[in-house]
Design a protein around this ligand. Structure first.
Ligand SMILES: C[S@@+](CC[C@H](N)C(=O)[O-])C[C@H]1O[C@@H](n2cnc3c(N)ncnc32)[C@H](O)[C@@H]1O
Length: 254
């Protein structure tokens, strides 16, 4: 079980909340940890700690840093990510981000007017994401955007048409950005990504994920891939939009 600890043992409310999170996500509550990675709840937020300090604490904050900068200066609906999901043409589609991770792409979609269903199967990422969404609701600068983001803890390869029939919001577009199995750290591979690769694995079932998505997406499926990576499931997309390090493979399904 993945460990979770409170940042101080002098705060009973914090200890109680840490225990609740342990229960909710099936983590192991501990007073301290000697594991290489563990979650820590501080009075401010939930964060992922790398014990050897080769990387700083990882937490999500939609209201500051790079994510906030991208919201303000990222190019709006003209940016390639927005074009890939068709946001430049349709006003406010419903997008299922079936590999939500740290929610960065999902936040871009929501800040450009889309309603976003964020799906994630890793309990560590899910807990960090839920913590950020909860805090974001109380930040008046971004709370309207956060209202358009709905989180589901689920393995997207298990979605069927029946699953979606029961949702209040039906996705027009399915967005996939599975982990690519990077073997070594290069300038392109960010430290944060390598940490999550160690914790959550390399998403080796992502070919299956594309097959599932193509079955249920009424309009399009968009897959983010490193620029030189092969097509998911060796399946040729309808077209591709390229960036410097990544590309978006777009499968039109309607
Ligand atoms: C590269 S990250 C996504 C990053 C994300 N696009 C962002 O902007 O932060 C891939 C994530 O997809 C999740 N994932 C992969 N396959 C999944 C599946 N079948 N169902 C749900 N989540 C999945 C992994 O656990 C991982 O957190």
């Amino acid at each position: 079980m993945f460990p979770i600890i409170p940042s101080t043992l002098a705060d009973q409310a914090l200890i109680k909340k840490t225990r609740q999170l342990a229960c909710q996500w099936a983590f192991e509550y501990a007073a301290g940890s000697s594991e290489p990675f563990y979650l820590q709840l501080t009075p401010e937020h939930l964060q992922l700690i790398t014990a050897d300090q080769s990387a700083g604490p990882v937490f999500i904050d939609f209201g500051s840093g790079a994510v906030d900068h991208r919201r303000k200066f990222g190019g709006g609906k003209g940016q390639t990510l927005a074009k890939a999901v068709g946001l430049h043409k349709t006003g406010s589609p419903v997008i299922l981000d079936a590999t939500a991770g740290m929610g960065k792409d999902a936040f871009v979609f929501a800040s450009l007017g889309a309603s976003v269903i964020l799906m994630e199967r890793s309990p560590v990422s899910a807990a960090l994401l839920s913590d950020a969404l909860e805090r974001g609701q109380n930040n008046p600068e971004i709370s309207d955007i956060i209202k358009r983001m709905r989180f589901i803890f689920y393995d997207a390869t298990n979605i069927t048409e029946n699953t979606i029939r029961q949702w209040p919001d039906k996705p027009d577009v399915i967005y996939l950005d599975p982990m690519f199995p990077h073997r070594k750290k290069t300038a392109q591979v960010k430290k944060e990504m390598l940490i999550f690769q160690k914790i959550t694995g390399s998403d080796l079932d992502s070919d299956q994920l594309l097959a599932t998505a193509l079955n249920i997406a009424p309009k399009r499926v968009v897959v983010k891939r490193p620029i030189k990576a092969p097509y998911l499931n060796q399946q040729q997309p309808s077209y591709t939009l390229k960036m410097k390090k990544h590309r978006f493979d777009i499968y039109i399904t309607s």
